[in-house]
Design a protein around this ligand. Structure first.
Ligand code: KG4
Ligand code: ZN
Length: 341
């Protein structure tokens, strides 16, 4: 057996590219430092959820003001926890859309200021692309092509990814996003906001016995979740719900059955190597469990804290932007309705 000892000078030239990520698209103020698009050095997230909970949903004006108050401390925390100084960074990645305009503006302007002050390259990241890249933080080697099921408060998309930055949207929701449907159903059942975690928690004590409709939309890979929500509303209005736990379990099962079935069908059709889960709804335990058991293709799921909004996923995505030479200037602007492909 040969043991090769490398001279110390070799280690000195192995540099990790550390990226500062900034995410303020909705109601989480987040910053993170990630090395080489895969190792999280810090990932602080300041949640506004309690502030918005009393209104039953996100108030955009309140969200942007809260971002202004928290963004500098959160960025400082990310730098301190990662034990890096500005000179150690290889670049800044920031969410430019989709999201709330006023919220996005806070992150983008801070990123531009830091980029200008410290001479660091800047790249704008699509929030959905960021959610996908949370999978690169799982420690697994990912082979292309993959299919990504992005399920968040604003989106339900099935995306074929043939390489870094190469996306084809195969299916999307025609009405409510999956997370939005969870939030609305929770409101109908009086379970509070955010609805997804509340439904999941309450559903543990119930069974899927209400026979809520599944919108298969045969022949397409699109989704529709407004029908199941309306069916639930009718049952509540008709006084037909005796157990909120059964209602939550039935609703959850109706949404997840369709998500899993369509994701597995598309994955087989395109002969992908992996199925990647992304977005806030991906932290749902039943979705993770059903997808893993229904699919013969390996399923990757980031840990729950990396499924909901965070900046580590933005930094990971930014690393691949920089590798591909994708940089933005100080004219980088927010695009609230930015599309993925
Ligand atoms: O990705 P995300 O944090 O923000 C957006 O980009 O939208 O997703 C938030 C959404 C909310 O609608 C929330 O109810 C849902 O994700 N969510 C869940 C769970 N945790 C969060 N839905 C179902 N089950 C969960 N455990
Ligand atoms: Zn998100």
């Amino acid at each position: 057996m040969f043991i090769i000892t490398l001279p110390a000078s070799i280690y000195a030239i192995i540099q990790y590219m550390k990226i500062l990520g900034i995410e303020t698209s909705c109601d989480e103020t987040a910053a993170a430092v990630v090395a080489d698009g895969e190792s999280i050095l810090s990932n602080p997230i300041a949640s506004q959820v309690e502030i918005h909970a009393r209104y039953g949903g996100i108030v955009p004006e309140v969200a942007s003001r809260q971002h202004v108050l928290t963004i500098i401390p959160v960025v400082e925390q990310a730098m301190t926890e990662a034990k890096v100084s500005w000179g150690d960074l290889g670049g800044i990645a920031v969410t430019r859309g989709p999201g709330l305009a006023g919220s996005l503006l806070v992150g983008v302007n801070v990123a531009k200021a830091v980029s200008l002050a410290h001479g660091l390259p800047l790249t704008g990241v699509n929030h959905l692309e960021g959610h996908i890249y949370a999978n690169w933080l799982t420690g697994h080697i990912i082979d292309f092509p993959v299919v990504c099921l992005i399920v968040s408060g604003g989106h339900s998309d099935l995306v074929l990814m043939r390489g870094h930055g190469d996306y084809v949207v195969i299916g999307r929701t025609r009405d409510d996003a999956a997370g939005e449907a969870f939030d609305k159903a929770a409101r109908i059942l009086g379970l509070g906001y955010p609805g997804g975690p509340a439904i999941e928690r309450v559903a543990r004590g119930g069974t899927d016995c209400l026979n809520l409709p599944r919108a298969w939309l045969k022949g397409t890979s699109d989704f529709s979740f407004s029908g199941v929500k309306t069916a639930l509303l009718r049952l509540v209005e008709g006084g037909k719900i005796s157990s909120p736990a059964d209602a939550a379990a039935s609703f959850q099962a109706a949404v997840i059955e369709v998500l899993v079935n369509k994701a597995v069908t598309v994955a087989k059709e395109y002969r992908v190597r992996h199925i990647l889960l992304a977005g806030g709804v991906a932290s749902n335990g039943l979705l993770r469990q059903w997808l893993a058991s229904d699919s013969t293709i390996p399923v990757l799921v980031p840990e729950p804290i990396l499924c909901t909004d965070n900046a580590a996923m933005i930094a990971a995505c930014g690393y691949y932007h920089f590798q591909a030479g994708k940089k933005d200037g100080l004219d980088l602007d927010v695009i609230p309705s930015l599309k993925l492909a």
